[in-house]
Write a protein that binds this ligand. Structure first.
Ligand SMILES: Cc1cc2nc3c(=O)[nH]c(=O)nc-3n(C[C@H](O)[C@H](O)[C@H](O)COP(=O)(O)OP(=O)(O)OC[C@H]3O[C@@H](n4cnc5c(N)ncnc54)[C@H](O)[C@@H]3O)c2cc1C
Ligand SMILES: Cc1cnn(-c2ccc(OCc3ccccc3)c(C(=O)O)c2)c1-c1ccc(Cl)c(F)c1
Length: 473
């Protein structure tokens, strides 16, 4: 029948992992007319009750917004987010200084992770060619036949076979695990010595934000960093980043209060002393892993995206933004290749791998930089200098953070442009210094001659002979 023919013609795709990237990608593939089955190992998060004070939020920037726009969701998400126009740097003496991210329209957004996932799942479900399967954990998949084996909540095994397996199952991806058995699959992972712990700054007594709302609050203390992003309920989700061995050295209330009084004194009244003690001493710090691998595809049968392909350390706030941008990149390539997976998948690896590695390196660079040399003074100086040079040379000195967060310049190009800018700037500054120095010497020399001074000071003679030598050389 016609229906059977159409069904044969229609690409059948399984998306393993209904997290942020999987749910978004389901919308992109549904838009292409594919038959989409999403398999998520957890239960439907939309049925779980909301736990107050446990909201996790994420910084959404340009790349992620563009991806949401591609499926008509940007407005919905922006409406439910809070713009952050600047960083608010907290000094140890409690002083707070804002540094703008750029112009009025250059801001990042604080969005609630759970709400984002729910909106994406609900949007995906609206497509009649999308089916969501919760409580389905992928066990194995066969890249020759497209067969997949799941385990459902009853412990039964469920089989499925499709034209394309999409692995969006996160940093510990089962699809990637299968790929690792194949020859010439490169893989590397690194756990960093820092852990992170989420704390909560509740609204103030009169139910207002306890700090300025439209800011990314940062307490940079070299090897300790803390950030706070605002929530719609006027609380701030606060994340403390610290080496695991420091976490484990704080075992009682005294040690905890000594530590916070020394490092983050202004945050104690905001977090609430009793709440801080309770949540810190009852939580375990979580690990952060970075994963790099190549290729992202297997023949015309499988592709991995999001954290499954490139888990980043969170020191650039780009993991989700990068995973969302993966969806645009693959969608554009499918347009160019006319939905021919044999062509599109190798092209996806060729294009995306170099950019994912670039943002992974940038995130790790930020981690190393901030851990080793960035306290609040230096944070301020570097960002103010960045903004000043950007004002003076808007075409040549675009801060790296601006390129990464407010443009869709390919991640690897952000690095090469930055290196070029550094070269240009150091060359310009050196030339200016030399020219400045030479003109200083020449005018000083002329001044002395004019005043008939016979004996020129030694530094002037040395400088003049240096310049003569340089000019002759
Ligand atoms: C502390 C911290 C702060 C962060 N802050 C930011 C930020 O500010 N901005 C930003 O852009 N990013 C941020 N990130 C990164 C962001 O959280 C991730 O990049 C993003 O969640 C990746 O989405 P994903 O869908 O690829 O993976 P995940 O969100 O991990 O989703 C994977 C899904 O797959 C499911 N799954 C796993 N295994 C299986 C299986 N075998 N079968 C079926 N389903 C499976 C999981 O249940 C999950 O639902 C942060 C990360 C951390 C750790
Ligand atoms: C969630 C999120 C969204 N963006 N950023 C972010 C990251 C780095 C930044 O600068 C690095 C730097 C500052 C000073 C010197 C070198 C590098 C800036 C900035 O420029 O404001 C903003 C984060 C974030 C995530 C974790 C930590 Cl620990 C953190 F502090 C911020």
């Amino acid at each position: 029948s016609l229906r059977k023919m159409v069904q044969e013609q229609t690409k059948h795709v399984a998306i393993c992992g209904g997290g942020l990237v999987g749910a978004l990608n389901a919308c992109y593939m549904a838009q292409r007319g594919y038959r989409v089955d999403v398999y998520e190992m957890r239960q439907d998060i939309r049925t779980q009750e909301i736990v107050r004070g446990r909201s996790i939020n994420l910084a959404l920037s340009c790349r992620g917004r563009e991806a949401l726009k591609g499926v008509g969701l940007e407005e919905t998400i922006v409406k439910n987010g809070i713009p952050m126009h600047a960083r608010m740097i907290h000094d140890r003496d409690g002083k707070r200084r804002p540094i703008l991210y750029g112009t009025r329209d250059q801001y990042i957004m604080s969005v609630d992770r759970r709400l984002l996932n729910e909106v994406l799942l609900t949007e995906a479900e609206k497509y009649e060619n999308v089916k969501l399967h919760f409580n389905h954990k992928l066990l194995t998949c066969n890249f020759d036949t497209g067969e997949m084996l799941f385990q459902n909540e009853k412990g039964d095994q469920v089989k499925a076979s499709v034209d394309l397996v999409v692995g969006t199952d996160g940093a510990f991806s089962a699809v990637r695990k299968q790929m690792m058995k194949l020859s010439r699959f490169d893989y590397q992972q690194t756990y960093i010595p820092h852990g992170y712990m989420e704390l909560n700054i509740p609204p103030s007594a009169d139910n207002e934000f306890a700090m300025e709302a439209n800011y990314l609050h940062i307490w940079p203390r070299n090897e300790f960093m803390m950030i706070a992003l605002p929530n719609l309920d006027r609380s701030f989700t606060t994340t403390l980043f610290m080496p695991f061995d420091i976490f484990s050295s704080i075992t009682d209330e005294r040690q905890l209060m000594d530590f916070f009084t020394d490092k983050f004194p202004d945050s104690i009244p905001l977090l609430g002393q009793e709440a801080l003690k309770k949540s810190f001493l009852s939580s375990k710090p979580l690990p952060m892993v970075t994963v790099k691998c190549e290729p992202y595809h297997v023949k015309d049968k499988a592709v991995i995206m999001g954290d499954a392909a490139h888990a980043l350390v969170p020191f650039y706030g780009q993991g989700m933004n990068c995973g969302f941008e993966d969806c645009i990149v693959l969608n554009d390539i499918l347009d160019q290749c006319g939905d021919d997976f044999a062509k599109a998948l190798p092209e996806y690896t060729r294009i995306r791998n170099v950019d994912a590695k670039a943002i992974s390196d940038l995130a790790m660079y930020n981690y190393v930089e901030m851990r080793s040399s960035v306290n609040s003074k230096l944070f301020l100086i570097r960002k103010k200098l960045d903004n000043l040079l950007y004002k003076l040379f808007p075409k040549t000195w675009v801060p790296l953070y601006t390129m990464v967060s407010f443009t869709r310049i390919r991640y690897h190009e952000c690095i090469s442009r930055r290196e070029w800018q550094d070269k240009v700037l150091t060359h310009t500054l050196r030339t200016a210094a030399v020219l400045g120095g030479v003109s200083l010497l020449v005018s000083a020399h002329a001044l002395y001659r004019h005043q008939g001074a016979l004996e020129m000071p030694g530094w002037l003679q040395a400088g003049i002979s240096l310049v003569e030598g340089w000019v002759r050389g």
